[in-house]
Design a protein around this ligand. Structure first.
Ligand SMILES: [Zn+2]
Ligand SMILES: [Zn+2]
Length: 357
């Protein structure tokens, strides 16, 4: 194989193949056939693959038993158009390895029921030139934008890095204890009637006051025909193929069933019971007064929480508080000294660094 550098998409089996049309750029003859007329029947000029275009639906000419061998190859030495499987130029004999292939891959699509007119050749030639012409200034502009964005990104990285550095920087300070706080709380739940609604088969067994109603319970998607498109693909050898692509359409349909509205008794959070104080009284648990029964309005405990807080002053006699473990809280006397780190930027005390002196 001479030309493996340009991959050609394999035509789909069963795809219909038609002739592209082309216009002779020398004598102006129009609507020549891409496969049949390799040379202009009027003036004898060779077909220029950049003057090919899709014909209108009315003028499509089918190609029977077309064997696709890839896009045409253009001889570098004499510009002759050779068949895609040629290894040497049919005109001058030059080897065709590294030779360019005719442009291919242009395509257009139509919906079912739509009729296509002939492709606008000028438009096709323009759109194949414009990217090449626009490439240089665009690249320059892109470069400018890129470096601008790079600069912004650099500034952002420096700012974020600086902020993290400043926020995590600390200095050492000393502090001393000025007071104590404790707080204990008990979470309480009470049994309450809660209204619910589900499909009846999912209703909890403890449900009561049930009302059943036949109604829409869901929506399902039902296949409802297809939407199809026909795609024309330029094969680069004077022909194009038509591929049909279909997608299943769906419509929504209601699903009917029995919905149940009901009531169940559920444990619902209510106000916690709390107790608090300083060191003048020993910490104690408040009276929760739960009833521990199972009818509506009954209450139960659902969790306990306790915190012990040292009140301190430090770093220029500024007051602050730290939650600590009970043992430390209990054994620390007033005026006891601590080391603590202070954020350089926000002057915040970091309780996690609190250490008895
Ligand atoms: Zn001609
Ligand atoms: Zn040649």
């Amino acid at each position: 194989m001479a030309n493996q550098s340009t991959p050609n998409p394999a035509p789909q089996s069963g795809a219909k193949v038609y002739e592209m049309q082309w216009d002779c750029k020398f004598c102006g003859t129009k609507k020549l056939l891409g496969k049949t007329h390799r040379f202009c029947p009027n003036c004898g000029a060779q077909q220029d693959p950049t003057w090919r275009y899709f014909p209108s639906d009315a003028e499509k000419v089918a190609v029977q038993d077309h064997v696709y061998v890839g896009a045409d190859i253009i001889c570098k030495a004499c510009q002759t158009l050779n068949s895609g499987k040629s290894e040497f130029c049919g005109n001058c004999g030059a080897p065709l390895s590294d030779a360019a292939r005719a442009a291919q891959g242009a395509s257009r699509t139509k919906d079912d029921g739509q009729t296509l007119e002939a492709e606008d050749l000028k438009q096709r030639q323009l759109s194949s030139q414009v990217p090449a012409l626009a490439a240089k200034p665009a690249a320059k502009k892109g470069g400018g934008i890129l470096s601008k964005w790079k600069l912004i990104a650099l500034v952002v990285v420096v700012l974020i890095g600086g902020a993290i550095f400043a926020l995590t920087r600390t200095t050492k300070a000393t502090a001393y204890v000025t007071g104590y706080k404790w707080n204990r709380s008990i979470d309480i739940q009470s049994l309450q009637p809660v209204h619910g609604k589900t499909t009846c088969d999912r209703m909890p067994s403890s449900a009561y006051n049930v009302t059943r109603n036949y109604e829409q319970v869901d929506t399902k998607q039902v296949a409802d025909g297809e939407t199809c498109q026909t795609k024309q693909v330029d094969q680069g050898d004077g022909t194009f193929r038509e591929e049909r692509q279909c997608q299943t359409k769906y419509r929504s349909e209601p699903v009917m069933g029995y919905m149940c509205t009901y009531v169940t008794n559920q444990w619902v959070g209510s106000a916690p019971v709390t107790a608090s104080g300083d060191k003048t009284n020993a910490p104690y648990w408040p009276e929760s007064k739960v009833s521990n029964c199972l009818t509506i309005g009954c209450t139960r405990e659902s969790g306990r929480d306790e915190t012990y807080t040292l009140m301190l002053k430090g770093d220029g006699n500024r007051p602050f508080e730290c939650k600590v473990a009970y043992d430390l809280w209990q054994s620390t006397p007033l005026e006891k000294g601590f080391d603590v780190e202070v954020g350089t930027l926000l002057h915040n005390f970091l309780c996690s660094t609190l250490k008895p002196k």
